[in-house]
Write a protein that binds this ligand. Structure first.
Ligand SMILES: CC(C)(COP(=O)(O)OP(=O)(O)OC[C@H]1O[C@@H](n2cnc3c(N)ncnc32)[C@H](O)[C@@H]1OP(=O)(O)O)[C@@H](O)C(=O)NCCC(=O)NCCS
Length: 207
C-alpha cells in the first residue's frame, strides 16, 4: 500500500472531560514489517470474544502492506487497520482497532479514512466490512447490506469461521454493491476453465 500520503496528522482531541491520555500529534502511516508484532498483539487481544478475526503472525507479516498504523508523536503504536483488495470490484476494511487508552481521540477515524483513501487510489469504489459496531461506520458513509451480496467475503472468511451459524456481525458496504465475485467454486463459466490435457503429447525430438 503506497498511494496515500505517508503521514496523516491526527488532530488533537478538544475534549477536556476525558481522563484518558491524549493522542495529540499522532499520525497514521503505512505499516512496516517492524510493526507486525504490535499489530499481532493488538488484533489478537480482541479476537477471543469475536470482535476481530484472529490473525496469525505470519499472515500479518505476509500482508503487512495492507496495513496502516496510528502512532503518537513519540512513535508509540496506538492502533491499526487493513484494506484487503479482492479486485477492482471490492475491497474490505479489516482488523481496525485502537488501543483502549487511545480511543475516542480520532485515531480510529483517521485509520479508516486512510484505508478509504487507499481504496479510492486503487480505483475501488465498493468497500465492505463485517462488524458489531455499525454506528461507528455510519459516520463514514457505510450502510448495512445483505451479507449474501458479498460472496467474496463469505468465501474468504465465513466458511471457515467457528461463528458461521452464530454470527452477530452485520455486513456493511460503502459505495455500490459489487456486481461480480472472484472467489468461490462458481466464479468462472465452465468453458473458461483450463481444460485438462487428455491426449498424449508427442515428445519433440532434438534436431
Ligand atoms: C472502533 C474504534 C476503532 C474507533 O476508534 P476511535 O479512535 O475510538 O474512534 P474516533 O475517536 O476516531 O471516533 C470517530 C467517530 O466515531 C464515533 N465512534 C467511535 N467509536 C464508536 C462506536 N463504538 N460506536 C459508535 N460511534 C463511535 C466517535 O464518537 C466519533 O464521532 P464524531 O466524529 O461525531 O465525534 C475503537 O473503538 C476500537 O478499537 N474498538 C474495538 C475494536 C473494534 O470493534 N473494531 C471494529 C471491528 S469491525
Amino acid at each position: 500500500m503506497s498511494t496515500f500520503s505517508p503521514v496523516i496528522p491526527i488532530s488533537d482531541s478538544t475534549s477536556t472531560t476525558s481522563s484518558r491520555p491524549r493522542v495529540g500529534g499522532a499520525c497514521v502511516r503505512q505499516a512496516k514489517l517492524q510493526d507486525a508484532v504490535h499489530i499481532f498483539e493488538l488484533v489478537n487481544s480482541l479476537s477471543g470474544d469475536g470482535t476481530l478475526l484472529r490473525r496469525s503472525y505470519s499472515e500479518i507479516c505476509e500482508n503487512v502492506r495492507d496495513f496502516v498504523i496510528a502512532e503518537s508523536e513519540a512513535g508509540v503504536f496506538l492502533g491499526c487497520g487493513a484494506l484487503h483488495l479482492y479486485g477492482p470490484h471490492l475491497a474490505e476494511v479489516r482488523s481496525i482497532v485502537v488501543k483502549p487508552e487511545a480511543k475516542g481521540q480520532g485515531a480510529g477515524g483517521k485509520l479508516l479514512r486512510a484505508l478509504l483513501e487507499e481504496a479510492e487510489a486503487q480505483g475501488v469504489v465498493s468497500v465492505c466490512l463485517f462488524t458489531r459496531i455499525a454506528d461507528f461506520f455510519f459516520h463514514f458513509g457505510f450502510r448495512i447490506a445483505d451479507r449474501t451480496t458479498l460472496p467474496d467475503k463469505i468465501y474468504k472468511d465465513c466458511q471457515t469461521c467457528p461463528r458461521l451459524y452464530a454470527c452477530d456481525e452485520v455486513a456493511m458496504v460503502r459505495g455500490p454493491l459489487p456486481k461480480i465475485a472472484v472467489l468461490g467454486p462458481t466464479k468462472f463459466p465452465q468453458q473458461e476453465l483450463v481444460k485438462l490435457q487428455t491426449s498424449v503429447v508427442p515428445l519433440q525430438t532434438k534436431a
